[in-house]
Design a protein around this ligand. Structure first.
Ligand SMILES: [Zn+2]
Ligand SMILES: [Zn+2]
Length: 66
């Protein structure tokens, strides 16, 4: 996880720069705001649709027509 500790006790979300008070809050925030995407073939985890799409194309040779 890319978690940066800002100032003293504040954790900043890497995706949207929102500040959370602890790791538990960050975990909830990530789940609600930045739901992760998984490759259907190998269950690898991606943060963005672009990353997932290029992984699927490069690793599994599947091209999304949509
Ligand atoms: Zn965020
Ligand atoms: Zn995969």
């Amino acid at each position: 996880m890319d978690v940066r500790v800002v100032a003293s006790m504040v954790i900043q979300c890497d995706e949207c720069s929102q500040q959370l008070k602890d790791n538990a809050e960050l975990a909830i925030h990530l789940k609600q705001m930045h739901q992760k995407m998984y490759c259907g073939a190998c269950r690898r985890e991606f943060r963005t649709m672009e990353q997932l799409n290029s992984h699927v194309k490069n690793f599994h040779g599947i091209i999304n027509s949509a």
